[in-house]
Structures are given as C-alpha cells and as structure tokens.
Design a protein around this ligand. Sequence first.
Ligand code: ZN
Ligand code: ZN
Length: 257
Amino acid sequence: MLTYHAYAAPSAKAPLEPFAFYPGPLGPEEVEIEVSHCGLCHSDLSMLDNDWGMSKYPFVPGHEVTGTVSALGEQAKGLTIGQRVGLGWFSHSCLSCHQCLSGDHNLCPTAQGTIAGRHGGFADRVRAQWTWVRPIPEALDLAKAGPLLCGGVTVFAPFLIHHLPSTARVGVIGIGGLGHMALQFANKWGCEVHCLHHKRQQGSRGPQTRRALRPQHQAGWCAEENCEQPRLDYLDGERWAGCTRRARHACSKRASA
Ligand SMILES: [Zn+2]
Ligand SMILES: [Zn+2]
C-alpha cells in the first residue's frame, strides 16, 4: 500500500514525530509532489499550537514546499512528471466561483489550505490540486525557493495590486522574514528602497544582514532611551532624524502649513 512518511504533532503544542499514512487514491485534479525542501513559517507554528482553532491532529506542517512532480491525476493540467514545482499556503479551490474566475483563487470561499485539514510538506510527498502547484524556474535553487511561496508572494502581490512603477520610492517597515524579501523585490523592481527597522528587530536581522540586502537608505532606531519607535531618516526628499512620533508631528505641521 502506498505510504507517505511525514513528521506530525499528535496534539496541540506537542513535538513533531515520525508519522506514516495512506494518502488514498490520487484524485483526478491532484498532483503528487516528491518533496525536496520545505520552509518553516510562523503560520506553521500557529497551526501546530491550534492558535486559530482550526487545526486537525495528527498535524503535518509545511506550506513552503519545493520538489518535483511524481504523479499526475488524469485531469491535472500544465505540469509534467519530474517538473520542478512549489506549493504554498493553498492546495485547492473550486475553479468556478467569481473569485476563482477573476484570478483571485485565494479568496475562493471553499479554498483549502495546505496544512488546514490536509497533511503538509513536512513529508516525503504531498498532494495538491494542479492549479496550486507552480513551476519553479531552473535558475532558482529548490533549497531556497520555499519561502517565496508564502512570505514572498505576500510581499510581492502589492507591487502588482498597486501598479508600483520602478521609479517609486518604497519604504519597507520591519526587516524580518517578509520584509527582507520585500526590500530585495523592490531593489530588483528598480525602486529606491528605504528600510525602516525596529530596535527589537536588531537581533533577528542585524546590520550586516541589512547591508547585504542593499537598501539605498536605512533608518536606524530612535536613540532616545525607552523609545522603541522606528526612526525615519527621510521624508519628502528631506532628511529627518528622529523617531516616528516626531516625524509624524513634523509631517502634519508641514501638511497644514
Ligand atoms: Zn506561511
Ligand atoms: Zn472558487
């Protein structure tokens, strides 16, 4: 019998342990991915702990999956066996509602999450409807591409939604898991990038990391004692030094002048 091998938590907040299960017959629209890598997102931890009250156990996390197509349902389209692919938060949608037909599949009222009621990518294999399994270009390393499928798409979507021109000046507030990808996207998009980081983020993404990501401008954190407001070093083309409280005050004075 076909068996998938995964890591699962038997109950909320429990550690992951080896878990084998029979996935059932492959559905006609389904794709089986042989998993090579899988990222770890904070949503995995929230689901692991049942923070949102929707987790089912045993719970297999993993929704930043990369790998290759190992089986195709008879109605799966646009993919071939052995193709390099990725899978993010969603695994299934109806493909017939207004949202699906408008290209907003993620807003489908019956969309299914990869780790919500399904077993995710902390496994040797994972399944999803063909439309959610996306080709990964040869130039991208499968070991590094996983986070693009969750945090990456989250910060890339606004570039398209807001028709951001390459001449835009972009401020990325918070250089953490999502922010560090946002400022790299903005750099490659051609924008002038400003990175605003918070005192508390100093440990997670230190100055060396931020320099390596090459924003054109970096704002420090406020030097005032006990003030954790991020500091802006630019506004309207002028340089300001001060925390956002002051900057906002200065900005509103300028606006009313
Ligand atoms: Zn995620
Ligand atoms: Zn739909």
